[in-house]
Design a binder for this molecule. Sequence first.
Ligand SMILES: NC(=O)c1ccc[n+]([C@@H]2O[C@H](COP(=O)([O-])OP(=O)(O)OC[C@H]3O[C@@H](n4cnc5c(N)ncnc54)[C@H](OP(=O)(O)O)[C@@H]3O)[C@@H](O)[C@H]2O)c1
Length: 293
Amino acid sequence: MKILLTGAQGQLGSEVNRHKGFKEKHQVIAMSRQELNIADAETVRATLHLHRPNAIINTAAYTLVDKAESESDKAFEVNAKALEYLATACQELNIPLLHISTDYVFNGQKPTSYVESDNIEPINVYGMSKWQGEEKLRSIAAKHIILRVSWVYGYYGQNFVKTILRLARERKELNIVNDQRGCPTAAKEIAQMLYALIEKIDSGEQAWGTYHFCNGPSTNWYDFAKAIVAHAKNYEPLQVEKILPIQTKDYPTPARRPSNSELCCNKLIDTFAIVPRNWQEVLPEVIEEIYAK
Ligand SMILES: NC(=O)c1ccc[n+]([C@@H]2O[C@H](COP(=O)([O-])OP(=O)(O)OC[C@H]3O[C@@H](n4cnc5c(N)ncnc54)[C@H](OP(=O)(O)O)[C@@H]3O)[C@@H](O)[C@H]2O)c1
């Protein structure tokens, strides 16, 4: 298949772009923000008409969760309005659109894991902008898959794992919040899931809709940080001696975060017969790769 990839230099876009299966079996037209600004309606339309791909994978997004609180216009332009442009062109040309959304569309008050049909109530600007993007896609393009993912980290870009590695080199003590629960999900695992979805679309399977995908089981940032440091110690001596749990109220940020954003993946497992791996199995692979560079 000919696949057009947006946001190709982002954390997830880079993983899709280097994925072996995509390289060997498909033709990927990888477009960075400079090559395709998805917030420019005319460029989106012209690019899709020029390339006429068999599918689009949209990994482009405004992802600065805290900054979005003070520059909401930018967040809505890329995460919501641009979805209208992409979805409209896809519907016009009958192109399936695979889009990534977030656990931050939920308010975090549910005591158990979130299913796709749960009530949506974003508690920050980023979550609201991503939710609006989902809604535009659902209402415009018949052939779409929205994959809601959570706590993304990986080899490329800036993420929690890399921040903890840096802090653990610099400081003796780290204070990490332990009252936000979620599932840390590796970008390479999402890329693999997207590859599996493309294969299914290629073989004629029609299972359009919204799905949750994450590497369970749920944890909190404090326990995740401890796991990161434990693995990293196999590769280098670190300054850090103590990691202490703190509460969200003691670490104020411009954007509120849901206290529980664990995603239930049962719909995806039942529909596609693909079981996401556990984060405990994936994390050491990503850390190994980070140290191998
Ligand atoms: N990171 C997480 O923890 C997380 C959690 C849940 C869901 N998600 C979702 O997962 C997806 C991938 O996120 P990620 O972690 O890969 O984010 P990322 O590393 O920030 O990558 C996003 C990419 O989109 C590009 N971009 C921004 N505005 C654009 C525009 N107008 N046109 C085209 N490209 C544009 C960015 O380019 P610049 O670098 O030049 O700005 C960047 O390369 C997103 O949909 C995100 O909302 C992420």
